[in-house]
Write a protein that binds this ligand. Structure first.
Ligand SMILES: CC(C)(COP(=O)(O)OP(=O)(O)OC[C@H]1O[C@@H](n2cnc3c(N)ncnc32)[C@H](O)[C@@H]1OP(=O)(O)O)[C@@H](O)C(=O)NCCC(=O)NCCS
Length: 187
């Protein structure tokens, strides 16, 4: 699913196509929050979550969630399925008692589901030079006020870092596809 939804994206982002396979074996993976979406018996979408932390400036370690890859099959993008999948996923994460979700994404899509720039919560993206564009880094509180009084640095879980050699090896199992730039690609 992730392969279909992200195939056209630039190389660094294409790496996410191997992620779904790897993340499910990661200790930070939240197996209760592993979603697929079906329509007429066909798989059309997926989303998943990982545990991670904010290292607060006052020394606390704040547990949070991160999310993705989320994807909808290309033929039916922009028909509202992505938002439905996202909103349902977030409801389930909320029901499990998680306090906040932070990740990299486009405010044009995620803003519709209540995400805001993480900087507005006082949270910084790890390893980002001061003054660099951080508009990709988004946050939503699942428990209102969960991040009140907290400033700090968000850490991407190790599982999201993919080795180039692993990507190449994984790709051998799939037929070649032409790389295109289609409407609806977020990155
Ligand atoms: C991102 C993605 C999951 C969105 O799913 P979708 O079903 O196409 O989105 P929806 O139809 O639910 O969009 C809901 C609203 O979000 C906004 N939106 C959706 N895609 C957008 C985009 N590419 N850019 C800006 N806004 C966007 C729009 O306001 C849209 O409403 P509208 O179509 O009435 O204007 C899907 O396009 C996808 O799989 N993209 C490739 C993979 C990817 O980039 N994943 C995210 C990072 S891992």
């Amino acid at each position: 699913m992730t392969i279909l939804s992200v195939w056209k994206r630039k190389k660094s982002r294409e790496q996410s196509k191997t992620l779904s396979a790897r993340l499910r074996d990661d200790p930070a993976f939240v197996k209760e929050l592993d979603f697929v979406m079906e329509k007429d018996g066909a798989l059309i979408g997926q989303n998943m979550f990982m545990r991670t932390v904010i290292n607060a400036d006052d020394g606390r370690v704040i547990p949070v969630l991160t999310m993705g890859p989320i994807g909808i099959t290309p033929e039916i993008k922009r028909h509202g399925y992505g938002k439905k999948l996202l909103d349902y996923s977030l409801e389930q994460a909320s029901a499990m008692g998680f306090g906040a979700v932070l990740f990299e994404g486009n405010i044009g899509f995620y803003g519709k589901s209540g995400f805001d720039y993480a900087r507005n919560f006082g949270i910084r993206y790890h390893d980002l030079p001061e003054g660099a564009d951080d508009s990709f880094f988004l946050c939503k509180e699942l428990i209102p006020g969960y991040l009140d009084g907290i400033t700090g640095v968000y850490q991407t879980p190790q599982g999201y870092y993919v080795d180039d050699a692993d990507v190449e090896a994984f790709d051998q199992d799939f037929p070649l596809k032409e790389k295109l730039k289609l409407p609806g690609q977020i990155f």
